[in-house]
Design a protein around this ligand. Sequence first.
Ligand SMILES: C[S@@+](CC[C@H](N)C(=O)[O-])C[C@H]1O[C@@H](n2cnc3c(N)ncnc32)[C@H](O)[C@@H]1O
Length: 270
Amino acid sequence: MSGFSPEWLALREPADNAARNRAVLDACAQHFAGRDVLRICDLGAGTGSTLRACAAFLPDMQQWTLVDHDAGNLAAAYDVLAGWADAASRAGDALNLAWRGKAINVRTRVRDFARDPACWPENTNLVTASALFDLTSAAWIARFVKALQRTPLLGALSFDGVIAGAPAHALDARISAAFNQHQKSDKGFGPAAGPDAARVLEEELAESGFALTAGESPWVLAPSDLQTATAQGVAGAAVETGAVTRAEADEWRAHARTQLVIGHRDVFAA
Ligand SMILES: C[S@@+](CC[C@H](N)C(=O)[O-])C[C@H]1O[C@@H](n2cnc3c(N)ncnc32)[C@H](O)[C@@H]1O
């Protein structure tokens, strides 16, 4: 399992769904209540988990454009979505889904939006992105918010720098500091906003005149494959910074935890 593979995205999806901030989702649902049709564009869509998480509270007819630079993830999205829906049919490039009374039309766009954030169709009513902003840079976030031109945004699951294990381990603080330093390395958008992404995004949105509903959306991981894979990922990234040794990281990773918390924030802006 590596990078943003469909396997990794599938492993994290239940934790993401449990973590999503309910007040933020409610604010989004309320904003679009009463509409018949909504056109949504999801940036960094992966295999479409944002669609699956949001479909229930958005209008009965939804037209989604899923954008990602990874064509493999977008191809996998059609398979995962077809398996998730009650019924699915292909119509040319599009996928039509029926799910719990909703009619959902899906299209994909293979696009690298690192240079130009404005990759959504002109008539988009809602831009969404999950687990994306911490990969981008403060400068990109500023350009992105400007490009929105007040189109509402649901920005979910931005890592906020919190890593907390229970029971605690003597290396927690050093591993956490090293991981947060690693999170700031360039992911193709310039120096990554990493743990500052949610704060930067919320500040930019507020300065542009959006009204915000924001809140925490932490992963709270019991012992599980996801907890093991997350601890492994955190430890590996910490070693790459040179701030901890491989032996220290291995000791931290192998520590038996009843809980591992990875902090995130969600925001709805309109
Ligand atoms: C952490 S994954 C999140 C996927 C999905 N939103 C989810 O929550 O499951 C980040 C996604 O952003 C995509 N991505 C990263 N950099 C990108 C870029 N420059 N242009 C387009 N997509 C990008 C990756 O391919 C990946 O699918």
